[in-house]
Design a protein around this ligand. Sequence first.
Ligand code: 5AD
Ligand code: SF4
Length: 441
Amino acid sequence: MIKAKKLYLETFGCQMNVSDSEKIVTLMKGMGYGQTQEPGEADLVLLNTCSIRATAEQRMYGHLGKFKSMKKKRPELIIGVGGCVAQQEGEELLKKAPFVDLVFGTHNLHLLQKMVAGAEAGKKSVATDFLDDEKRFDLFPHAETEGGVTRFVTVMQGCDNFCAYCIVPHVRGREISRSADKVVEEVAALAAAGVTEVTLLGQNVNSYGFKEDAAPDFAELLFRVAEVDGIERLRFTTSHPKDISARLIDCFAQIPKLAPHIHLPAQSGSDEVLKRMNRGYTRADYLAKVRALEEACPGIQITGDMIVGFPGEDEAAFRETMALIEEVRYADLFSFIYSPRPGTKAAGFPDEVTRKEKQGRLELLQAAQKRITLERNQSLVGSVQRVLVEGASSSGDSLFGRTGGNRGTVLHGDLALAGRIVEVRITEGLQTLLKGEVVHA
Ligand code: 5AD
Ligand code: SF4
């Protein structure tokens, strides 16, 4: 009997990597690789990497070390690195980690089968060329459509914004949008396979179609996707505050399937810092968009990202960030200490704030947000939320789902409810989740 080949895949970083990893699984399945969660029994190890902050990159090298000894014992083990670190390092990665067999960049998934076949025959390869063409989205089969309650659908990739701190434009290349017909086609196929919710994905979905002459704008794309029968809930991520149009804000009032949640990263509350970050909006512009969203969609849950310790952020600037989170009252906030990235503009900025001060600011920000999140979760107690049931909860004795506002919710009920939107009365608001009871299934 021929032993089935096994793939061990680890994914770091953002949803774009999660989505690419789904495609990798499908591509490798096409070559006879089934997936395993046990690195020890793998014939092929692939790491899909992230380089957004130095810590993410270091973590990936740490992980890679683990596989080095494995490869010593089993030289036939194939090791591949993809994603943003692979894109950034290219050939260098083979020098730093000579036990690696293949390095594939963010635009090179379509070459992966060929590269793995080469590695099976003992040949190392590196592919990191950018392919700035819409064709790249459809050069290989998309992730299998089978199963799942909620799925990502890529609508655009890359970024042209060059925020001063950010490596994404350097490792994901120029912004490029996928044809609306292809997006709708994929969503329809997912709906036919039983998927209830899709999240339209891109580094900056708000600028969807900006560069493509005949493409509709993102608002129009949302209307088209919302028409797909079987899809009951629609989300999108990520949004750039400078590009969110009045037409897009109005979608929250016009499209009932559009979930009342938006991830709208501010990055800082200080105009002076925002300017040096090259964000293209002021604190007042940002707040005006927040108010317009709340008007179009009362109760909308807004989440965000914030960076502390950007070069030149003084105490006063930090206090403005603290004040902004109190004003917006984010449902949740992801906050980070600024990490200089090679090749970005801010990497050359003088930075006088000490590590200790930055750590202190992060702690203050996170403590304040923790309180706001808890208060917001508690304020939902007694309300009835539409929860999309995703499956069993982690403890196994209840169900887990998400409200329209994207709050994780635990409830009791039959597993047969998975994939359905049910009305749930919220009974408890905890720090990281809500608890509730089904009032209408
Ligand atoms: N340092 C710290 N945080 C960063 N982010 C992006 N680049 C950096 C960096 N160099 C954060 C931003 C972004 C999120 C995905 O990661 O807040 O929105
Ligand atoms: Fe990075 Fe700015 Fe592009 Fe977002 S918009 S991916 S933060 S450069």
